[in-house]
Design a protein around this ligand. Sequence first.
Ligand SMILES: [Zn+2]
Length: 242
Amino acid sequence: MPPTAVSTAPTQPRHKPRCNPQLPTVPAPTLNRGQPDTERRSPLERARPLPSRRRILQGTALAAVPYALLPEWQAGAHIPGPDYPLAEWKPASTANYTVANRPTTHPVDRVIIHVTQTTYPNTLFLFGRPKKKVSAHYVVRSTDGHTSQCVREADIAWHAGDWAHNTRSIGIEHEGWVDQPGYFTDVMYEASARLTAAICTRHGIPKDRTHIIGHHEVPGTDHTDPGPHWDWTRYLRLVNAV
Ligand SMILES: [Zn+2]
């Protein structure tokens, strides 16, 4: 289904810093992205009590997607396990991503950087819940850079909120909040940079800001992560130093 089938009309107010556990826009004709879908969305962070302001900032919402409408070619063709040897395999629910056979089916030429707006364990928990309809390929922990892989790189994780960008990208979530730079630790930057460097090498992706982008740079998104405190200069330097 062509990207033109995807509406870029925001379903929520812009400039709310929250990560994108947002579901990918799905190229299904029955999905009307222009309609309010509050009832079909749920915040990424619900299980953990948080200060009210933070809760407001989060506001992460996910659109439920008629997954049954998606093609599921190559189903069963994958061997479970991480593509990145340093990652722990913590698979997302199979209801939270699209099975594919990238790069054969879809060229991969972007890495998209996210911030979770919730904790590391809660992110993994939510990716494992079928009804959440959200996932990313990787999640990096703030305190020690520990990395989990939740979706195989051959498959299409639902993280960008835009089908065209989901199909062409690898999504990396970083534990933290966009307004709390303390979560962006040295060890997390370094671990993430090693991961991104490995992804770029594996897929032949240039290690630059054209190809390593923030969620906020996905056309049509209303997400702001990784936010103003993410040090892109440092991150790109680390990626290229690996
Ligand atoms: Zn995001």
